[in-house]
Ligand binder design. Sequence first.
Ligand code: PEP
Ligand code: MG
Length: 296
Amino acid sequence: RKRRLEEVRGAASETKDGRSVKIFANIGNPGNIPQVLDNDAEGIGLFRSEFLYLENSDYPTEDQQFEAYKKTAEALGGKTVVIRTLDIGADKQVDYFQLDKEENPAMGMRAIRICLTRPELFKTQLRALLRASAFGKIAIMFPMIISVDEVKQCKAILAGVRAELDAEGVAYDKDMEVGIMVETPAAAIMSDELAKEVDFFSIGSNDLTQYTLAIDRQQTKLDAFFDAHHPAVLRLIQQTVENGHKAGIWVGICGELGADLTLTEAFLRMGVDELSVSPPLVLPLREKVRSLDLRK
Ligand code: PEP
Ligand code: MG
């Protein structure tokens, strides 16, 4: 088995009939970079930036964030690194944020909602990300989006930060891609409108499943009711891919479902452009892709 996986290292992530898909890796901190490279991922499809906040006892500074993003961008050479902005709240709590105790934190003040409520915090991260974009191929992704208006607010804040850097003469990648996670039913349903605002979608199947099925992703007692392959979730994924493609943007999956080999063929038939999975799953997924023939 190990030898078989070795054989797909360096090989194209392509089906027998020539359909290619990008296989990226998900990471939680720059310490995971060697794993990404060892497993021959074609990029990073989800860099969960929370580690910077979870590791610290106070807000990480712009420079601390910049160094971490720069290091990652440089290590990946010219390969894409999709960095997700702060996704604190719900299952990822940090004391110094002093968030109110909530009855339903998964549906509460979290992720982009914190960033739009506290733009100074958001701007610090965006400045760090833009500055780091001069050292590799960084893309930014906003989590937990539910509306076009939120995307417009994010883009307005980003434009403000760009203008600031321009005024200071600080270099950044002017072509940096900006995308969103599609991980709420609202975003999937509105994906036709949202696609006109961004450069890519990355489907967060973990939260998309949780919110579509109304089943807490951390609640194992509900396993009897949980169906990871629920047709409602698969339909939302398909709809998101179709709407993304109609608007000419690429669509990936960065939730756990992207690594589910029993769904790889279905995802390729839907036209998914990128699958981002945990580093050890990159080669098994590539092997699966290479075994498929979509003409059959
Ligand atoms: C998801 O929700 O599918 C996702 C990739 O993000 P996280 O697991 O960090 O919430
Ligand atoms: Mg999520």
